[in-house]
Design a protein around this ligand. Structure first.
Ligand SMILES: C[S@@+](CC[C@H](N)C(=O)[O-])C[C@H]1O[C@@H](n2cnc3c(N)ncnc32)[C@H](O)[C@@H]1O
Length: 309
């Protein structure tokens, strides 16, 4: 995976939903974490994997008991700036740490949590690591992307739109050629410009098959406005380059999301891996919003004491 998460967290967001969530997670997601952390006891140690800027740790802190320690790890570079997290002496974060290779002692945590994180990892290694660091009778909760969720499905639409815009010889490439031709004032360039403009019009007409929400989410309409408004050619070239970089990052991120989201078979494989590593599954639910739309998979479990023969 690229370092786009590092770039993302540097923007200071607390959640992985950017500007769409101003504060921390609410509604059903907050409720499942409140329901889990209510079992916290004094001196418990909680490990949140793929923590990002610490949203789940911040939710856990609301249930803090004396002596509890909350540790968030992530392999991205983080930028924790939530006041509650910064002021807490119980919460700490380690960046550049992989779930597949946790730098913690065996049986050192009472709880392990993951929200939209473990599904991005190499599950064979990461589940083994969770099972290793959990104490006996320790519990875990994994909230994972669901292939049919109201988070994943719209993003698949945005991905398809972005790929169509960025396809080889597609509309983005044509815009790039057009802007290049602006620097050339010869008669040939003038003619070529007209041909390219017609080509672009045809390509833009084809984009009308894409639903508005997906198209606008790529920022392509705004990009077109920017390059066809009164600006210097140098500035237009800068805008073209910046948009190209942003789209490359978007396509990478949404492809990873698509790959990470779990269908029934993949979820069952994750459950099997938990069992294979000595973990017991205590609940496996499909989280839904009030209107019935799917939100995520919720997997809960514990590490039972070893049976003596
Ligand atoms: C969608 S974000 C979720 C962040 C946070 N849990 C939340 O709910 O807001 C996924 C996070 O998992 C991290 N991640 C993905 N694969 C990882 C790995 N193998 N080891 C550690 N962190 C990983 C990414 O860097 C990213 O910060």
């Amino acid at each position: 995976m690229s370092n786009y998460w590092s770039q993302y967290w540097q923007q200071g967001h607390l959640t992985s939903f950017g500007e769409d969530i101003k504060d921390n997670y609410e509604g059903e997601l907050k409720a499942v974490w409140d329901g889990f952390f209510v079992q916290l006891s004094e001196e418990d140690r909680v490990l949140d994997i793929g923590t990002g800027n610490g949203a789940v740790v911040a939710l856990a802190l609301a249930h803090n008991k004396a002596g509890c320690q909350f540790v968030g790890i992530d392999y991205a570079k983080l930028n924790i700036n939530n006041q509650q997290l910064l002021e807490s002496t119980n919460a700490s974060f380690k960046e550049h740490v992989s779930v597949e290779n946790l730098p913690f002692e065996t049986e050192s945590y009472n709880m392990v949590t993951s929200q939209f994180a473990i599904e991005y990892t190499d599950l064979t290694k990461s589940v083994a690591e969770i099972a290793r660091v959990l104490k006996f009778n320790g519990t875990f909760q994994l909230v994972c992307h669901h292939e049919q969720s109201s988070i994943v499905k719209p993003n698949n639409g945005i991905l398809a739109a972005a790929e169509k815009i960025m396809t080889h010889d597609g509309p983005y490439k044509t815009c790039m050629v057009l802007i290049e031709l602006l620097s050339n004032n010869t008669a040939d360039a003038h003619h070529e410009r007209e041909v390219t403009r017609n080509n672009l019009n045809g390509q833009l007409a084809e984009l009308s098959n894409i639903d508005d929400a997906s198209l606008y989410a790529t920022n392509f309409p705004q990009f077109l406005k920017n390059i066809f408004s009164k600006r210097s050619v140098v500035e237009k070239k800068r805008i073209v380059e910046q948009f190209g970089n942003e789209m490359a990052g978007l396509i990478l991120r949404l492809n990873d999301l698509k790959k990470a989201s779990l269908n029934e078979t993949q979820k069952n494989k994750l459950l099997e891996l938990c069992k294979k590593n000595g973990l017991q599954i205590t609940a496996c639910n499909t989280l839904t919003q009030k209107d019935g739309t799917i939100l995520a998979h919720q997997i809960m479990g514990m590490k039972p004491e070893l049976q003596s023969n």
